[in-house]
Write a protein that binds this ligand. Structure first.
Ligand code: ATP
Ligand code: LTN
Length: 334
């Protein structure tokens, strides 16, 4: 509880190019959360290096993600938006929590199994303890709620288990975080394989709409989207490609699937795909314009990065000090 509000924490990695899925499924829905919650949104660059990164590229992407958060409407004066690596408490708490996490628990994490299969030449210890760092992110701020996608549920569960274990030994130290159940954003599927979610790490660039794609690219990708041969714009599980396009059009225009079915009844997929492409391009344009103008205002973004890192450091230190004392570290002589 901060300022009488519950705390909400989420993080995003600055790896890969953010997609329409990230925007409609996460970012866009975060914009108004600060009315109800004290919100922390972190660019989790420390998580990023569990997979080998080009340093200049990582720095550039982290900055781009920060700018995107702001361009998407997250006001950095009302939300604590900061780089994880700027707040040393994350690493410090993660170390302590490592000592309260069992290898058996980490062995069960499906993301670790997936990622180690993908990066066979670099199965490092950081990749293995990734969920512990994520637990530290969350627990440092006494977080009440965490908006996460399905693939991160297991990690949140682990954070809860670690917190409960710690509390059972040392008393009430951590708030036990809950998954955020609110207005859920649409789950956007790949344009090339509607059984798979749209993902920034997809190797096929035609499968995803990137937030940086220009109008022609957006329209072209929708034109090529995989659909079916039923030639009927209908919201049905039997037509996953069309269903996905309806979901996207619906999230973009706020029309309901029923209204969309009606709008395109008797029309071909070509017309429908063009309409979806144009609607998405129209939505992305102002976002891209805001990114462009914010990118020019280096001093503003810099000052937000600095202020929020200080704020996050101050708040995280409260929890960290308490934890250090509980586990028996000697008090610093000041
Ligand atoms: P990666 O390909 O690196 O796994 P990703 O694109 O799947 O990345 P994450 O970094 O795992 O994205 O997720 C960031 C946020 O975006 C999460 O809150 C997640 O739920 C949301 N998100 C990601 N992809 C989609 C999607 N296709 N539809 C809806 N929400 C999504
Ligand atoms: N692992 C998450 C990103 C992440 C996160 C967090 C999400 C890091 N720390 C804390 C919520 C809370 C991901 O890859 N989507």
């Amino acid at each position: 509880m901060l300022d009488g509000k519950k705390t909400l924490f989420s993080g995003m990695q600055a790896t890969g190019n953010l997609t329409l899925g990230n925007y409609l499924g996460a970012l866009k829905n975060w914009v108004s959360l600060n009315e109800e919650y004290q919100c922390f949104f972190s660019v989790v660059d420390m998580h990023s290096i569990t997979v080998r990164q080009d340093p200049a590229e990582l720095r550039k992407r982290a900055r781009a993600l920060y700018t995107l958060y702001v361009a998407a409407g997250l006001d950095p004066e009302k939300n604590c938006i900061y780089y994880q690596s700027h707040v040393s408490g994350h690493a410090e708490l993660a170390w302590i929590l490592n000592c309260y996490t069992y290898m058996g628990e980490l062995n069960r994490m499906t993301q670790f199994k997936d990622k180690s299969a993908k990066h066979e030449d670099n199965i490092n210890a950081g990749l293995y303890t990734y969920p512990v760092l994520m637990a530290a992110d969350i627990l440092l701020y006494q977080t009440d709620v965490v908006p996460v996608g399905a693939d991160q549920k297991q990690h949140l569960e682990l954070a809860r288990d670690i917190a409960a274990r710690f509390n059972s030994i040392y008393g009430d130290v951590f708030t036990i975080p809950e998954p955020y159940i609110g207005k859920v954003g649409a789950r956007i599927m790949s344009l090339q394989n509607p059984e798979k979610k749209m993902s920034k790490s997809d190797e096929n660039p035609n499968a995803s709409i990137y937030l940086t794609d220009d109008r022609d690219t957006v329209i072209r990708k929708f034109k090529r989207a995989v659909t079916d041969s039923l030639a009927d714009v209908r919201y049905s599980d039997e037509q996953p490609g069309i269903k996905n396009l309806i979901d996207i059009y619906s999230a973009t225009t706020m029309k309901t699937p029923a209204e969309i079915e009606k709008e395109f009844s008797g029309k071909g997929y070509g017309d429908f795909k063009l309409a979806v492409g144009e609607a998405v391009a129209d939505m992305l344009k102002p976002l891209q314009d805001r990114i462009a103008s914010l990118s020019k205002d280096k001093a503003y973004i810099d000052s937000m990065i600095k202020n929020n890192a200080e704020k996050a450091s101050y708040l995280s230190n409260k929890t960290l000090r308490k934890v250090q004392k509980k586990v028996g570290f000697p008090e610093k002589i000041r």
